[in-house]
Design a protein around this ligand. Structure first.
Ligand SMILES: Cc1ncc(COP(=O)(O)O)c(C=O)c1O
Length: 451
């Protein structure tokens, strides 16, 4: 197996940084200006956490491609970290948005489109009742609140190194001295051990132990972990999860926000899961802010029994702009015309090609890396064997190597998802886009190991 020469890696990073600076002069100028009015020079903190020393400013994008203000063109495998999984500005969504904008954006009243959407969600995910929010974070927060209210239990259960949005209860990890706040948790309202339990993914014994006392309102789970690399469940894990949650009266919330890459009904639809609740955001309205959460008839009835409509506007669930006419019109068009069976088939086939391309380079150069795929999402990780859980995956993070692969790709017109080495394929990505990535990946590796 190949060892990475760290001095050489440092040198390469210097070379790529210089190239990045030279080729992004206009972005650099804009960044200098934006720093005077925006914290960190960006509208949202994560936008500064890219591999370059400053963010590139986007001019425009369409489909799987975009152009920056310096005129550099990119193949976009980040796709707004799943928000633009449909490809940028899909025609049918744009048409619906344009029509709706002229008829009003938000009323705090339903429009007829929402009924079509609710019925479509029933078919895709098998749950009968739906509600809408603007972000997946909110969908998760509201689902958790419903679960707590119904069960009158204190804790939620999450997996080590999960990510479900900025939901306070989920920022808990298994640390050297036991469960505690996740590193970097900013201004937590309370130590998350007061609200949450945390276990490793794929650990059935830990799952049983955590649920047995009967004090967990819900398990909030990605069906396949995607935010610490792609980690698949062991065979039988989901059966055990469903069985133990049922046996202990714990509700099961499946978060499909990233695993919607599996197919039109997410992992739930593709693998026949039967959660009590399901959440999904990001691409569901083609990039327009919108998210959903759905639940079973039993949950709907139990919740309704505890709901006092008089107080519902201050109950901690809901939002003024949630379910607005524009988001709903965009969601209807996206579900009806863009995130279709045939679009998934095309994107998944391309993702298989992408994964094979990366795998062939890993094999050829005997790199101690792996690549994993879920639907139209593919990700490589710097360890020899697939991790079984978040703790193992976290231990393999190599920030320098990560930065080099990202920056090299960016300098050669390929945008990968930051914070991981993840590539999402849109239905409008092309074979040549995918093959170009394989070439760039190969060249980056050759630079790294000097062959
Ligand atoms: C699985 C999962 N759930 C929820 C979220 C939150 O999405 P948003 O930031 O759009 O609220 C994310 C964001 O990355 C996610 O990966």
């Amino acid at each position: 197996m190949i060892e990475i020469d760290r001095t050489h890696l440092e040198y390469l990073l210097g070379v790529e940084e210089k190239k990045f600076h030279q080729e992004h002069q206009k972005s650099y100028e804009l960044y200098q200006r934006s720093r005077k009015s925006l914290q960190g020079g960006v509208p949202m903190l994560w936008m500064i956490r890219w591999a370059g020393t400053f963010p590139i400013f986007v001019k425009e994008g369409k489909g799987a491609h975009f152009v920056d203000v310096d005129g550099n063109e990119y193949i976009d495998f980040c796709l707004g970290d799943t928000g633009a999984m449909t490809g940028h500005a899909p025609d049918k969504t744009i048409e619906a948005i344009t029509n709706q904008v002229k008829k009003g954006i938000t009323y705090m009243l339903p429009t007829e489109d929402v009924i079509w959407v609710g019925e479509e969600l029933q078919k895709r995910f098998g749950l009968p009742f739906w509600q809408f929010t603007l972000t997946a974070t909110d969908a998760n927060r509201f689902a958790i609140r419903m679960a707590r209210e119904i069960t009158q239990r204190k804790y939620i259960l999450v997996y080590n190194y999960c990510y479900h949005g900025t939901v306070d209860e989920t920022f808990i990890t298994i640390n050297a001295d036991g469960p505690g706040p996740r590193r970097g948790n900013l201004g937590p309202p309370i130590n998350p051990i007061e609200t949450s339990k945390v276990i490793e993914f794929n650990d059935i014994t830990a799952l049983k132990q955590a649920l047995l006392p009967g004090d967990v309102a819900c398990v909030l789970a990605e069906p396949v972990m995607t935010n610490i690399g792609i980690i698949h469940p062991d065979p039988g894990y989901h059966d055990a999860l469903r069985r133990f949650t049922k046996e202990t009266g714990t509700l099961l919330i499946i978060d499909e926000t990233h695993t919607i890459c599996t197919g039109p009904g997410g992992y739930t639809g593709a693998f026949g899961l039967s959660p009590d609740m399901l959440t999904l955001g990001k691409p569901v309205a083609g990039g327009v802010p919108a998210a959903i959460y759905g639940f079973s008839k039993e949950i709907a009835e139990r919740f309704h029994a505890r709901l006092n409509l008089e107080d519902s506007d201050v109950g901690g669930i809901g939002g003024t702009l949630a379910g607005n006419a524009l988001s709903i019109a965009a969601m209807r068009a996206t579900l009806e015309h863009v995130l279709t069976d045939s679009a998934y088939k095309k994107a998944i086939d391309l993702s298989i090609r992408f994964t094979h391309g990366v795998e062939s380079i890993i094999d050829k150069f005997r790199l101690p890396w792996i690549v994993k795929r879920l639907g139209c999402r593919s990700e490589y990780w710097f360890r020899e064997t697939p991790p079984k859980n978040g703790g193992e995956a976290f231990a393999a993070i190599d920030s320098e190597l990560d930065r080099y692969m990202h920056l090299y790709s960016l300098n050669h017109g390929v945008l990968m998802t930051p914070f991981h080495n993840m590539a999402l394929i849109a239905p409008v990505t092309s074979i040549s886009d995918v093959d170009y990535h394989t070439k760039v990946f190969r060249d980056a590796v050759i630079g790294l190991i000097g062959k």
